[in-house]
Ligand binder design. Structure first.
Ligand SMILES: [Cu+2]
Length: 157
């Protein structure tokens, strides 16, 4: 191999490696946020998270300036059949090639201690933190009127 073609081969390999890691594998669609009223101190966000990559990823956290604390929550049905929400410390897995829904009565991003009430039509900036994809910044529209089907339990969001 001449020096020139050897260099070219090395460069090609580097380019390939960079592409594989820099790919946007996570896409967020149809996001919206809501709270239960003008005086609500908490709110929640729901969305579709698509993993176009070839390996599983995990949503491990979220942050936003609109609340004192942002947590990943889900709902569990307790012994007496009442749905209650729990903090998912281990994160939410988004399997390779699949779309995971954060939805009412299920997994959601929880805002606790809102710095200002959620106004219908406003936009909430949220940074989602993935184990592999890293930080993904999204703008989430506040929609106080949207009604999604599905069990809602006693959750006030
Ligand atoms: Cu919650």
């Amino acid at each position: 191999m001449s020096l020139k073609s050897k260099l070219f081969a090395t460069m090609a390999a580097v380019t390939l490696a960079t592409t594989a890691f820099a790919q946007d594998t996570i896409a967020v669609d149809d996001a919206y946020a809501r709270s239960s009223g003008k005086t609500a101190k908490a709110g929640a966000a729901f969305m579709m998270i698509q993993n176009a990559g070839e390996s599983d990823d995990r949503l491990i956290g979220a942050k936003s300036d609109v609340a004192a604390r942002v947590e990943l929550h889900t709902h569990e049905i307790d012994d007496v059949g009442v749905a209650k929400m729990v903090h998912v410390e281990e994160g939410i897995t988004i399997p390779a090639g699949e779309t995971h829904m954060l939805k009412r009565g299920g997994d959601h991003v929880m805002f606790m201690g809102l710095t200002a009430p959620f106004e219908h039509g406003a936009t909430v900036p949220v940074t989602l933190i993935f184990e592999h994809a890293g930080e993904v910044e999204i703008e989430v529209p506040v929609d106080l009127e949207r009604q999604d089907k599905g069990g809602h339990g006693t959750h006030s969001n």
